[in-house]
Design a protein around this ligand. Sequence first.
Ligand SMILES: NC(=[NH2+])NCCC[C@H](N)C(=O)O
Length: 485
Amino acid sequence: MRIKSPAQLIAESGADREGHGLKRTMGLFQLVCFGVGAIVGTGIFVGLSDSVAEAGPAVVVSFVLAAITCVFTAFSFAELGSAIPVSGSSYSFAYATLGERVAFLTGWCLLLEYGVSVSAVAVGWGQYLNELLGGLTGHRLPAALSAPPGEGGVVNLPAVVVILLAATLLVRGIRESARATAAMAVVKLAVLGLFCAVAFTAYESGNLSPFAPHELAGITSGASLAFFSYIGFDAITTAGEEVKNPRRNIPLAIMICIGLVTLLYCTVALGAIGAMSAGDVADKPAALSLIVDKVTGSGIGGGVIAFGAVVAIASVVLAVMYGQTRILMSMSRDGLVPRVFQRVSPRTATPVANTWIVAAVFALPAAVVPLDVVMNLTTIGTLAVMAVVNVAVIALRRRHPGTETSFRVPLYPLSPVLGVLFCLYLMWGTGWTTWLQFAVFLAAGALVYAFYGRRNSCLAGSSAAPSGQAEAEAALTPEREPQEV
Ligand SMILES: NC(=[NH2+])NCCC[C@H](N)C(=O)O
């Protein structure tokens, strides 16, 4: 089996080498902001109403189930992220523990979790932008320019525009200042906080019954939908090469983000269905604005929420696109995707060509595919990746028992095993059409690996792994270890 050791991956990344690769600039606070930036977006602002349609008031239970899945998996991410702090996230973890084939398919699924989710999130952004425009000017964009073909439109222009804007910022190295990300994270927390404050003034416990109109099946599919809104905590691990003291900060940031977001989502969901009956919330894309308008009796509150959503979701587009470019960079270093993806501009220290290719490729589904399709594909792909990550922790402990890490999964091996089971449970909840699309996607990935990745892999045909590993381990001298700042 072609496999790489954690030490080899770190040494190859070129991080911490003078004048090479990316720079370590992010501290814990910036990392948490980056996490919140990657997590809170379309899922809660737009997707909430879909989960309510499935689960009814029991949507709160759905959110808790989705959170539990994330917590087990987050433990695994934290252990792996601190043991192998490089840009590739789950892809690199799989390479170091389960071998190249699984790593390639994981990277392939990450195209769903990151690339396709950029499309999904951009579509959600467009819906709130339209809401905001409607509130401000009384005019909305015509459906032809703001919806995909199946939904009465021709092309979803706002979704394309936000992707191109994000690419422009990313190639300029916006992450270097990280100030924009921090500001946007604060704005979205404030707006959701405001929503809760308003919604709870109109809270009626009568709205909570019947609590679970579609019983367990409804709660399960509600949880699969709610899961989308938690995706993104793993993006923290894609910044592995740009974080100061990654062995401490990566696991800590992941845990802080999950805790914060779970609390927030459950409060928002409870506030929403407490203020307006589940039947009225169901299937309303801009439900949060609608609720605030209804409670305050004016359009201003809803406008504030719509503004917050536009800002919030834009930062998700930014963070997720950032993650996708870093994953492709890692895959390119291994020869599994073309070399153009690893080229870093010496002037801006960002992967320019990579970023524009990602923007161009994922603007296309954003323009023409309906939101629920891209959202479900993102969800199933992400859950598959997370299942792999949970297995990877077990493999790490068995294959590389001496690996230095500052975080260890509690209750091992129970936690990763439960992680896998919860991932499968939520995957099951996505429904058979999504499974079918996913199967076709995976089959395509297997073909690409067989005809491109396998042949071009840097590890191809070499029994170099063991000696390369020794070399890499020797290269990892203590002074090259990330320094505490
Ligand atoms: N890899 C990702 N970060 N994917 C997209 C995250 C979506 C985000 N949770 C949202 O609700 O909008």
